[in-house]
Ligand binder design. Structure first.
Ligand SMILES: [Zn+2]
Length: 487
C-alpha cells in the first residue's frame, strides 16, 4: 500500500487511526465550540490552516516565493471576480509529476508541478484554478459531509487528509480504509456530478470575467482525459479525474456554453512562462535541464518567448555551477529587454554565487522600488545585504518591511539572522520565535522565547516584552491541548 507520508502523519495527528469512526479525537486542532455545530467558514479555515502547517513541512511543498506569488496572483485574478462571497484563498504548489490540483477546506488550493508543466496555456492553468475555486465558494466539501450526516469536524479533517492521500497514491481505497471509514471517505472524495457541473459553470464564468480564454477549459479537461486513459491500466491514473469525475456530459455542457461565446486570443504572461521554466529546471538534474533548454534554443523552439527559454537556460546553468555561461545568458536576457522581477532575482543570485555580494545588493536595491510587492526581491535584498556584511542596512529594511508584512514568517527569520550577525541575542531569539509562531510551530516558539529570556543582553523593557509574549504563546499551546476528548 502506498500512502503519502504526509497523509500518514496527519492521520495520526487527527487521531483517526486509533479512534474510528468519526469521533473528535486527541491531537485535533482546537476548533472550540464550532466543533459540535455546522461548519462555519471560520471553522473550515482553521482546519485548512492546521493541515497547511503540515503541508509546509512536507518535502514536496514548493517553498519558492516566486512560484507561490505567481499562483496567488493568477488565483486572485479569478477569485476577485467573486462578488457574493468574501472567501480568502491561498494557492500553493507541490512537487509532483502527476497531473493534479485539489481544494482543501478553508480555500487552500494546491497544484502539482506536473499540472503546471502540462498546461499548454495560462488559460488552461487558470481553468483548473477556477474550477477548484468554485468548489470552495460553493462549499462543496462541507456540503458533502453534511449530506452524509456526519457533521463532525473530524470528518472534514479526515477528508482533507484523504484528499492528500489521494494526491498521488493510486491506492486511495487502502489509504482511506486505514482511516476506518474507507467507503465513506471515498464517496465523499468523488465530487458528485452535480457539484462538478456547478464548479464547471461557475469556473467558466470566473474565467470569462477574468479575461481568459474559456475554450481552454474544455481543451485542458479533454487532454486530462486522454492522459488518464493512457495510464488507466498502469494503476497510476492522475488524481485529478479520480476526484473530479469527467463525463461526456460534462464536456458537452462546457462545449455548449463555450460555443455561444466569441473567440478570444489571450497571450500567456511572461511570468507564466518563467515559472514553468523554473519548475522545469528544478525537475531532474541540472545537466538534463541545460541540455533541454540548449536544444530548444538551437532549434529556435520558443513555445512561449525567447526570454523564457534563455531564462530557463540561465537557471539551469546556475544550478549546474556554470557561472560564466549563466552570465552570458543573463546578458542575452537583458538584451531582449524582458521585464520581470524574476530576472532581477536570477541575476542577483548569479552575482552572489560569483562572490559579488555588492553587485547583488545593487541589482536588488534598484529592483525593490520597482517591484515593491515581490517578496522574493525583498528576501533576496536582505540576504544580499547580509552577504555583503551590511547588517545595519538589512535590519532597517526588515523593520520597514515587517510594518507592511507583519505576518511574513520568512522575513522574521531573516530578521533573526540579521540580529545574529549584529550579536543581539535577545532580539535574535525573539524574531525567530515570531517566525515559528506564524508557522503554527508553537513549541519551537516557546523554546526561542525562553532563550531570549536567558540571553543576558536585553534591557528591562525588552525582557518584559519577551515575558508577556511567552505567556501569550504558552496560553495558545494550553488552549490547543484543551480539546474535546474521544468518547
Ligand atoms: Zn471538480
Amino acid at each position: 500500500m502506498k500512502l503519502h507520508p504526509l497523509a500518514g502523519t496527519l492521520l495520526l495527528a487527527a487521531g483517526i487511526l486509533s479512534a474510528p469512526p468519526l469521533s473528535v479525537a486527541e491531537g485535533l486542532p482546537d476548533l472550540g465550540e464550532a466543533a459540535q455545530s455546522e461548519f462555519s467558514p471560520a471553522t473550515e479555515r482553521r482546519i485548512g490552516e492546521s493541515v497547511m502547517h503540515e503541508i509546509r513541512r512536507d518535502p514536496a511543498y514548493i517553498d519558492d516565493p516566486e512560484i507561490t506569488s505567481y499562483l496567488n496572483r493568477l488565483g486572485n485574478r479569478l477569485s476577485s471576480q467573486i462578488t457574493e462571497s468574501r472567501q480568502e484563498f491561498e494557492f500553493f504548489a507541490l512537487r509532483d509529476a502527476t497531473l493534479n490540483a485539489f481544494a482543501m477546506p478553508g480555500g487552500y488550493i494546491g497544484v502539482h508541478s506536473g499540472l503546471i508543466l502540462a498546461a499548454a496555456s495560462e488559460s488552461e492553468l487558470a481553468s483548473v484554478l477556477a474550477h477548484e475555486i468554485s468548489h470552495v465558494t460553493q462549499r462543496h466539501l462541507a456540503r458533502l459531509i453534511n449530506k452524509s450526516g456526519q457533521g463532525q469536524v473530524a470528518s472534514l479533517l479526515a477528508l482533507a487528509v484523504a484528499i492528500l492521500a489521494a494526491r498521488s497514491s493510486p491506492d486511495l481505497a487502502m489509504g482511506a480504509a486505514i482511516a476506518g471509514q474507507g467507503a465513506a471517505i471515498q464517496n465523499q472524495l468523488n465530487y458528485s456530478r452535480d457539484f462538478e457541473r456547478e464548479a464547471d459553470r461557475i469556473g467558466l464564468d470566473l474565467l470569462e470575467r477574468s479575461d481568459f480564454d474559456i475554450r481552454d477549459m474544455s481543451a485542458f479537461f479533454e487532454r486530462l482525459q486522454k492522459y488518464s486513459r493512457l495510464y488507466e491500466n498502469k494503476n497510476s491514473a492522475p488524481g485529478y479525474l479520480r476526484t473530479h469525475p469527467l463525463t461526456t456530459e460534462r464536456l458537452a455542457d462546457m462545449g455548449n456554453r463555450i460555443q455561444s461565446r466569441p473567440y478570444k486570443q489571450v497571450p500567456d504572461s511572461l511570468e507564466f512562462q518563467l515559472v514553468r521554466a523554473k519548475l522545469r529546471v528544478q525537475d531532474g538534474t541540472p545537466r538534463d535541464a541545460v541540455a533541454e533548454f540548449e536544444s530548444r534554443l538551437a532549434d529556435r523552439n520558443f513555445p512561449g518567448s525567447e526570454a523564457a527559454v534563455r531564462y530557463g537556460l540561465a537557471q539551469a546553468l546556475l544550478r549546474d555551477g556554470k557561472l560564466a555561461a549563466a552570465d552570458k545568458e543573463v546578458r542575452e536576457l537583458r538584451r531582449l529587454k524582458a521585464v520581470s522581477p524574476m530576472i532581477e532575482t536570477l541575476e542577483a543570485e548569479l552575482r552572489l554565487k560569483q562572490g559579488d555580494a555588492a553587485g547583488a545588493v545593487a541589482i536588488l536595491r534598484s529592483a525593490q522600488p520597482r517591484f515593491p510587492q515581490e517578496r522574493a526581491v525583498a528576501y533576496g535584498l536582505v540576504e544580499s545585504l547580509l552577504e555583503a556584511r551590511l547588517p545595519n542596512d538589512a535590519l532597517k529594511f526588515t523593520e520597514d518591511d515587517l510594518m507592511s508584512y507583519p505576518s511574513d514568517a520568512k522575513m522574521h527569520f531573516l530578521q533573526a539572522k540579521t540580529y545574529a550577525m549584529l550579536g543581539r541575542r535577545l532580539q535574535q531569539h525573539r524574531a525567530q520565535a515570531e517566525g515559528y509562531a506564524l508557522l503554527g510551530q508553537l513549541p519551537e516558539a516557546v523554546v526561542q522565547l525562553e532563550l531570549a529570556q536567558k540571553s543576558g543582553d536585553g534591557n528591562f523593557y525588552e525582557y518584559s516584552q519577551v515575558d508577556s509574549r511567552l505567556r501569550e504563546v504558552k496560553k495558545r499551546v494550553a488552549d490547543e491541548a484543551k480539546q474535546p476528548k474521544p468518547r
